[in-house]
Design a binder for this molecule. Structure first.
Ligand SMILES: Nc1nc2c(ncn2[C@@H]2O[C@H](COP(=O)(O)OP(=O)(O)OP(=O)(O)O)[C@@H](O)[C@H]2O)c(=O)[nH]1
Ligand SMILES: [Mg+2]
Length: 463
């Protein structure tokens, strides 16, 4: 699961749609949201222009562009001139074919039907009606695409577009939005993005010390979030900044299930020796039916779980598991919780995952543990940010996502921290490091708040 469309594919689609740069935000994916008309319309109706992309089991990738909003209330055809179908790959080999509407068929461009998935033309590109279940690794779509009626297929047959193969491993719908320009005043002011600022931030983080008199040698920052959100990558980003080169102590990448399987409280090392006074605790990714549950989260927060504990999705944590700490110390407990969330999937976080997050938040509120959100992959939200990370606090799209995260989790906007992790780079980049350190420094400030509160409470009890 996740965004399958590559940057190269997006560039191609952008050219075909025309009128300048675009952003592509994933609204709907059958592997995540289910292959059923209601799920598609719930996610995609009234969202403006979209691209639908199908990936079949023969390695063919094709789809359609709808310049209007999907609208299941209409239950009729939408007339437009600039919808088109396209082919990006055939049998795994790149193709770049755009198929425009025939000039006498504009009225059949898009079919809005509450009982169907994305549908283009009268019989051209059709996807599903009713619910299609997954069989093995694919979905056998139940409506045939004929590619022969309303769009000009330039002589290509359905076989030459999609092998006449109805089995798809994925079907995605992306919202297409116009790219913004650098004309806005920053929505969050952080100062000048330069080497001096980077050094200042590094110094602040290096000099961080847990509040005295609490017997805490290192603040414990707990990172929780959906599979593939970038938890391990955030730790790698911070370690890279302080080691001075790209490092990858925590395994990261994409997989169906979480790549991280252990509870690892990573320390951050400096080349001169020693480590910093906090630990970034990596956890297994949240899944609807696997991963941490509320019970396990409470054990993590209270410091009952041993470092390097191997999560076992089929066997929940109980006080009987190996290394369970029945009497944890203030050093073992969590001092700040960070929800790591992929900004590009914010609009489509599943209800079950959100319910889990809300359950965790209740536990954190009961314990007065500060909560932050690391909004990762902001480079994927906006091309201007991708080419210049310092644009993040000017970007309207990033600001909108920060607002959305703040509403979803019921946290002040200050607690929402956009980041771009190191993920493809071979050398450090000043702006990427600044953005990551701005977030880390704020996390440490909030961990400090928790410790001050804890000390005052302890003093009260003692007096
Ligand atoms: N473009 C981009 N890719 C990112 C960013 N952060 C992480 N990634 C990529 O996203 C994928 C998943 O990242 P991980 O760090 O493994 O995610 P995780 O949350 O640890 O995932 P699990 O351990 O599997 O639950 C990797 O391929 C990363 O390279 C980011 O800020 N921008
Ligand atoms: Mg991980």
């Amino acid at each position: 699961m996740g965004v399958k469309l590559t940057n190269k594919d997006m560039d191609q689609l952008e050219k075909w749609i025309g009128t300048g740069p675009k952003t592509f935000t994933l609204l709907y994916a059958i592997t995540r949201d289910g292959c059923k008309p209601k799920a598609f319309h719930d996610k995609c109706d009234y969202q403006g222009p979209t691209i639908t992309v199908l990936y079949n089991t023969n390695g063919s990738v094709y789809g359609g562009y709808n310049p209007t909003s999907w609208n299941s209330d209409r239950n009729q055809y939408t007339c437009c001139t600039d919808a088109f179908l396209f082919q990006l790959y055939y049998n795994g080999s790149p193709k770049a074919n755009k198929f425009s509407l025939k000039s006498d068929r504009y009225q059949y461009a898009i079919e809005n039907n509450s009982n169907c998935g994305p549908t283009f033309g009268y019989t051209d590109l059709r996807t599903f009606t009713d619910t299609v279940s997954r069989s093995d690794s694919y979905f056998s779509l139940n409506v045939k695409s004929k590619f022969n009626e309303d769009y000009d297929m330039q002589g290509l047959s359905a076989e030459e577009i999609y092998n006449d193969d109805w089995n798809v491993t994925e079907l995605e719908v992306y919202k297409v939005a116009y790219e913004e320009r650098k004309v806005r005043t920053p929505w969050r002011n952080v100062g000048q993005w330069n080497e001096k600022f980077l050094e200042e931030l590094k110094k602040d983080v290096l000099s961080f010390k847990p509040v005295a008199d609490l017997d805490i040698s290192a603040a414990r920052i707990l990172m929780i979030g959906p599979v593939g959100a970038g938890k391990s990558s955030f730790y790698n980003t911070i370690e890279s900044i302080f080691r001075g080169n790209i490092t990858q102590r925590a395994r990261s990448g994409s997989a169906e299930q979480s790549l991280t399987t252990c509870y690892v409280p990573y320390s951050v090392n400096v080349p001169s020796g020693g480590s910093l006074n906090f630990r970034l605790c990596d956890t297994r990714g949240l899944e609807e039916s696997h991963g941490l549950d509320v019970h396990e989260c409470s054990y993590l927060l209270d410091g009952n779980i041993a470092d390097y504990y191997q999560f076992n999705p089929t066997s929940p944590i109980t006080p009987k598991v190996q290394g369970f700490k029945t009497h944890p110390t203030t050093e073992d407990t969590v001092h700040c919780a960070v929800f790591v969330i992929d900004a590009t999937t914010l609009d489509v976080l599943s209800t079950k995952v959100m319910e889990k997050i809300k359950g965790f938040q209740n536990l954190m509120n009961q314990r007065d543990i500060p909560q932050m959100v690391l909004l990762t992959k902001v480079d994927k939200l906006c091309k201007d940010v991708q080419s210049d990370i310092s644009f993040v606090y000017q970007s309207q799209i990033v600001e909108e996502h920060v607002d959305k995260a703040s509403q979803l989790l019921g946290l002040p906007r200050t607690n929402i921290l956009p980041v771009k992790n190191y993920e493809k780079e071979l050398r450090l980049d000043e702006n990427t490091s600044i953005l990551a350190l701005l977030s880390l420094r704020q996390i440490l400030y909030f961990a400090e708040d928790y410790m001050y509160n804890l000390r005052e409470r302890k003093n009260l009890v003692q007096n």
